[in-house]
Design a protein around this ligand. Structure first.
Ligand SMILES: [Zn+2]
Length: 70
């Protein structure tokens, strides 16, 4: 009984779906490695940019001019 007896949890890397041991010694958890962590951060950032881009694109042709509060 003790910390050493704890079973290691297996999680799936959010980026590539690979099985990753969730351990205290894995600094990249829940990712399988540094690369997948960076990829996920990059995807998150580009998604934020894309949302802002959609706002700029303004895909609503029938605006009635009321652009005060939504
Ligand atoms: Zn991965």
């Amino acid at each position: 009984m003790g910390p050493a007896a704890e079973p290691s949890r297996i999680v799936l890397c959010p980026t590539c779906g690979k099985r990753v041991k969730w351990t205290a010694t894995n600094p990249w958890r829940p990712f399988c490695g540094e690369r997948c962590k960076l990829i996920d951060l990059g995807a998150w950032a580009s998604e934020s940019y894309r949302i802002e881009g959609d706002v700029e694109t303004d895909d609503h042709p029938s605006e009635t001019g009321d652009s005060g509060s939504s």
